[in-house]
Design a binder for this molecule. Structure first.
Ligand code: FDM
Length: 213
């Protein structure tokens, strides 16, 4: 069996409001890439494995079992990414592509929605690896609300989702790929797979860079 030798994997992040279809699309992308013989792993933030103390602290906070100051909560989510950094970098270096459901941008957008300063929020993320591709699943809070009622978690209110939406608008970078979340899911998946394969080709020659540094 002859396979094209590959360099490093691509670091691909999906972002967007709750109900934007990120999780469905991340999973479709993982499958699509694997069908193209691209070794791919799926990661999501926050991780909620109850065996891991950071994950458990985040889960408890999201389900309102615990309360935390907004800055402390921000640091906690960022701590989980920091904790994952070396294993993510090792996978990428070994040629594995990572499809990541939420990353620093969720951290920043959800904290800005609570009134925290964009710069302070970004500083905490500065030394983490920068994605090669960020896909933003664009959906308005109105459209998201049409997809059904909210769950029980801390951020699942209409007012808060409005603020998160505004925050995403404020942090969106020019090189993000914006996908209209209300389009046909199969069409979105096709577009994302094309972008991912393209970025995979381009990033081979480039070192991984840092978020805001
Ligand atoms: N969230 C997620 C944050 O507030 N900060 C972060 O850094 C991350 C990664 O956690 F409401 C929020 C976003 C969302 C909640 O996410 C859990 P999922 O995708 O619903 O599991």
């Amino acid at each position: 069996i002859s396979k094209k030798p590959r360099g490093r994997g691509a670091f691909i992040v999906l972002e967007g409001l709750d109900r934007s279809g990120k999780t469905t699309q991340s999973q479709a992308l993982v499958e699509g890439l694997r069908k193209h013989d691209v070794p791919t792993e799926f990661i999501r933030f926050p991780d909620r494995n109850p065996e891991n103390p950071l994950s458990k602290a985040i889960s408890d906070y999201l389900s309102s079992k615990t309360e935390l100051d907004a800055m402390t909560a921000h640091l906690l989510f960022a701590a989980q990414r920091t904790e994952m950094r070396s294993s993510m970098e090792a996978l990428l270096a070994a040629g594995t592509t990572l499809v990541v459901d939420r990353y620093s941008y969720s951290g920043i957008a959800y904290s800005m929605a609570k009134g925290l300063d964009k710069q302070w929020c970004s500083n905490v993320e500065a030394y983490l690896p920068k994605p090669d591709l960020v896909v933003y699943m664009e959906i308005t809070p109105d459209q998201a609300a049409l997809r059904g009622g909210f769950g029980e978690e801390r951020y699942e209110t209409r007012l808060f989702q409005e603020k998160v939406y505004q925050a995403y608008q404020a942090i969106k970078e020019d090189n993000w790929k914006v996908a209209a979340a209300t389009e046909n899911p199969a069409e979105i998946a096709k577009g994302l797979l094309e972008s991912a394969l393209q970025i995979l080709d381009q990033c081979q020659a480039l070192p991984l860079s840092r978020q805001y540094h």
